[in-house]
Design a protein around this ligand. Structure first.
Ligand code: PLP
Length: 371
């Protein structure tokens, strides 16, 4: 099988698997226990925390470990509105772990949600952010993702953060798809979400990094782990895996990804040339590994199934919405539902080669000919 669905998840690196195996043997105790075995487990957790902090030039004390990106997004957004009602600025470009929380806060009567406009090129409309600030004087939080999960389009985080901070609002950045793919610094966000499984680490672990002084409020009741902000026993094995993945991100991850841009562009050019009217979704500046393509006579899920039979794994919409017949909300906001229904997302790993590109191109030729 040729796996081209790296935005859904990435294959853990061998060194990640090795670090986890070692931790499972040696650091299996409860990291909150004060005895020696507990301290051994806690050292895995604290090492991971220090490496997460290093990614954002933050302090370890400003890192809350979570079960992944979804929990980190929920924690950041709910924390902002735990301290009072107000307006939330967000957009349909965001992942469901942001948009569904926004909808829930609105239903609960806690937040008024102002959905920001989106450009056809896949970027957030910064002028509309400015307009939204003139319309509402009670904006508590703006959410803006760093890199879009479906198109790879890089979002105007710093421009939005400057506007928000000038008005005294907080900024939450979902950087889940950015780590290892693009430069994530500088980042002026108040809170930043990451998930290890998107950068060759294990599933089930991630973090919310915050600016010093930002108040976070537990969304679950329980013990005093993670300073009471995130109750529940932290998994030292997952933490060890995340630490090994971050070590890779710091040494070679970004450069490895940058190197595949040329392959991505060549693949995209070949695929677009195969079908009349085929178009790229997300024409703004992108991360180097994503290609989201519209094929006019195709039905996205059918194309995914046909490619699967050819041994090529791609997706239509994000993994979280896979299996639904609804078109992708991200593409719908950008280019409309009809085009969204006829699109597929190809997301490459840094291991993609010219040989793989040729195999994928041949598979597309066969599949598109049958459509
Ligand atoms: C942009 C973005 N945010 C958040 C998430 C959720 O992360 P997790 O799967 O770790 O909960 C994803 C996962 O696809 C994502 O792509």
């Amino acid at each position: 099988m040729i796996y081209l669905d790296w935005n859904a998840t990435t294959k853990p690196l061998p060194e990640v698997v090795a670090a986890m195996a070692q931790a499972a043997g040696e650091a299996w105790a409860n990291p909150s226990s004060v005895h020696g075995l507990g301290r051994r487990a806690a050292s895995c957790v604290e090492h991971a925390r220090a490496l997460v902090a290093g990614l954002f030039a933050a302090d370890s004390r400003d890192v809350v470990l979570t079960s992944g990106g979804t929990e980190a997004n929920n924690l950041a957004i709910r924390s902002a509105f735990a301290q009072g009602k107000g307006t939330l600025l967000t957009s349909r470009l965001e992942h469901p772990s942001v948009t569904r929380v926004a909808e829930a806060l609105e239903r609960e009567g806690t937040a008024r949600v102002r959905w920001l406009e989106v450009h056809e090129d896949g970027t957030l409309n910064v002028d509309d952010v400015a307009l939204a600030f003139t319309e509402a004087n009670d904006v508590r939080l703006v959410t803006v993702q760093a890199v879009n999960h479906e198109t790879g389009v890089i979002q105007p985080v710093e421009a939005v953060a400057a506007m928000a901070h000038a008005k005294g609002a907080l900024v939450h950045v979902d950087a889940v798809q950015a780590v290892s793919k693009v430069d994530i610094l500088p980042c002026s966000a108040d809170t930043i979400a990451i998930a290890a499984h998107k950068f060759r680490g294990p599933k089930g672990v991630g973090a919310l990094v915050h600016r010093p002084g930002v108040r976070l409020v537990a969304i679950m009741g329980g013990g005093s782990q993670e300073r009471g902000i995130r109750p529940g026993t932290v998994d030292p094995v997952a933490a060890a895996g995340m630490a090994a993945a971050i070590a890779w991100v710091r040494t070679s991850g970004r450069a490895d990804y940058a190197a595949i841009e040329v392959e991505r562009d060549a693949l995209e050019a070949a695929l677009l040339a195969m079908a009349e009217g085929a178009l790229r979704n997300g024409t703004a500046a992108r991360a180097p590994h994503v290609s989201n393509l519209y094929f006019p006579r195709a039905v996205g899920p059918e194309l995914v199934a046909a490619l699967d039979l050819e041994g090529v794994c791609v997706s239509s919409g994000s993994a979280c919405s896979a299996g639904t017949s609804e078109p992708s909300p991200v593409l719908t906001a950008m280019v409309g539902a009809t085009r969204a229904m006829a699109s597929v997302r190809i997301s490459l790993g840094e291991v993609f080669t010219t040989e793989t590109r040729e195999q994928v191109t041949s598979a597309f030729v066969r599949v598109l000919a049958r459509l």
